[in-house]
Design a protein around this ligand. Structure first.
Ligand SMILES: [Zn+2]
Length: 172
């Protein structure tokens, strides 16, 4: 316990409950896009030597095709790229004057930059993603894509290690 600053467990618990509520109640569901992976086509037999489709239908595959013709699912490539995504809840701040962590005073914040605060447990996912879409449920209508800008930080003094804040720049 400090001499001038007293942060007992009750205060810490209150701060943490408030911080958790902000993310859980006011956070937006953001969709993280991971780098696409090449996976084998589920519809044809892969030719590992030629590294392409053998043009044989894989028994039980979703789209039958006659022997010797091209697999309609991968068009002969034998693989297709699979885009994995994951949703996390992030508190989003759109206006630089309200940022959790303000930038240096004499540096202009780039147009389209936002800041998010999320749970530290979601940080590994955020670090892995190549892009994020804010408000996944509106993705069809309002598609705002962002790329992470700079390294995430933990700005909290009272609830250290629980939240992270990171900057994002608009990517389309
Ligand atoms: Zn195929």
């Amino acid at each position: 316990m400090g001499t001038f600053i007293v942060t007992d467990d009750d205060i810490r618990a209150d701060f943490q409950a408030a911080g958790d509520d902000l993310i859980n109640e006011w956070g937006k569901v953001c969709r993280l896009y991971y780098p696409p992976r090449q996976v084998q086509c589920p519809n044809c037999v892969y030719d590992p030597i030629g590294k392409k489709s053998s043009n044989h239908w894989l028994d039980g595959g979703p789209s039958f095709f006659p022997l010797g013709s091209m697999c309609p699912m991968c068009e002969g490539a034998g693989t297709h790229s699979e885009q994995a995504t994951e949703d996390v809840k992030l508190l989003c701040v759109w206006s630089p004057k309200d940022f959790f962590v303000p930038g240096p005073r004499n540096i202009v914040v780039p147009e389209g930059r936002i800041q998010t605060k999320g749970f530290m447990t979601d940080l590994p996912k955020v670090l892995q993603c190549t892009e994020m879409v804010v408000q996944a449920n509106l993705e069809q209508m309002l598609r705002a894509r962002f790329r992470r800008a700079g390294e995430p930080v933990d700005p909290s003094s009272i609830c250290q290690g629980r939240y992270f804040v990171t900057n994002w720049d608009r990517a389309g």
